[in-house]
Design a protein around this ligand. Sequence first.
Ligand SMILES: [Zn+2]
Length: 553
Amino acid sequence: MIENLEKKIIAYSLKNALEHEGKCLQGNVINALFHEGLKKEEIKDISKLINEKVNFVNSMRLDEQKKEFDQLKELISKRETRGENELPKIPNVIPGKIVTRIPPEPSKYNHIGHAISFLFNYSYAKEYNGKCILRFEDTNPEKVSQEYVDAMKKDVLEYLDIKPDEIRYVSDDMEKLYSYAEQLINTDNAYVCFCEQEKLRELRHKGKECEHRNQTKKENMDYWKEMLNGKYKEGEVSLRLKGDMKSLNQVMRDPVIFRIVETPHYKLGNRYKVWPMYDFYNPIEDGLCKVTHILRSNEFEQRIELQDRIKDLLNLPKQTITQYGRFQVLDAVTQGREIRELIESGKYIGWDDPRLVTLRALRRRGIVKETYYELLKHIGISKKSATLDFNMIASINRKIIDQIANRYSCVFNPIRLKIKNSPKINEIKVKIHPLKEEERTIKVNNEIYISKEDFDTSKGKEVRLMNLYNIRIINEKEAEFMDDNQKNIPKINWVSEGINVKIMMPNAEVIEGFAEKAVEKLKVNDLIQFERFGFLRVDEINDNKIVFWFSHK
Ligand SMILES: [Zn+2]
């Protein structure tokens, strides 16, 4: 047994409560005790004690919890206080001074690959007591929208529980970005080009300069002002950086840094028509945000040279960039365009279709935020690209929710059996979870329902009705009570009083089940387990209808 057990339980309960707005989760306490050396077989003896202490801690006010924790915190092992400190080291970190950013473009719904990237940046800032900025890069009016901003806020702030120190929008900095553009024109590092897109692309490909490159600074500034004043239409003109038309890195061949877009902006309407490109605003914004460290996937590799050039020309600070391999998600569509098509054609139900790995789909399926933080430690920062498959996500999620998800019975394609010679039992009380004290009441009579699948494999045999007694199944109408308390035989689930439920499966098929009546008390978002079937999240309850989404086995 663990030394100082009782105090340690309280200490971990307090720690967990303080991390979750005052409410401690029993499962997390048990997990922590495992790390302290608790053995699985010991849980039974102390589950009552844990329950008692967790309830005690949860009844305290936040300030009381803090005070109490200060007294007990030395009981928490180093490993636990370090928490997520299993991230690999990155260079040039000064604790308290690190600033990272999460820079999504609100033009899609985020998927699990984005979540990992967000969490890398967030975790390092948190780890070293620095700052993390959530920055919406919303300067492409054709793609960005309020819908996506709202969805991302829900995903990042609510679901992943990221607490940025600041939320910014690049579109709020348009005047600043214009003045940086003018700085480039004034130093003869940018010019206004009137080439058509097709020609521009071709010359870049060939590494040839166009005639506009030789305009004077004054000419360029006049044309630029005309651009801003609305003289030109979309596609007629662009502002280009003077790079190197012969560079082997094509990105360096006089890239367009501003263009005209006439589509109204979701936030600013028609106030601006001249919009900056990614490679221009991104390094400037990193400077304005005083970002010190950038963690990003290596797909940006060839852009580093260009972004560094812009930083040099504008006297902006450089960041320490740590690159990691991209994440491929196995067997799931992740391309926004492809998903959009599947939704529009009616093949997928929406961005939360259970076949997708978007954050809203995973959330709906009952993947909890702790799973992503855990996943981060599993993946680490590696140059190699990593594949993520749902089994990996499921196995982490299972470990976490297994400790908290209450258990119920549900049968499928039910077969009704009358039990001959059944003993007189009106109801039984069964623990809602092996680690919890709470019980549910199950009414019993001499008629029960079992799954067709269990019937098929158990016909003619003796089986144990879970938490009840043994029966022998005679045929598809009858069974008989077996007066023998042998527990070492196959156990099957059964329902006496039940209700119909619907379950959204991972392949988007909706199946029906007949679940024990206790599920009526569930609330939306509850995570539960149907024994011998899998974990589920309560998605919808209205009138007499309960809909679950299947998480995983
Ligand atoms: Zn040109």
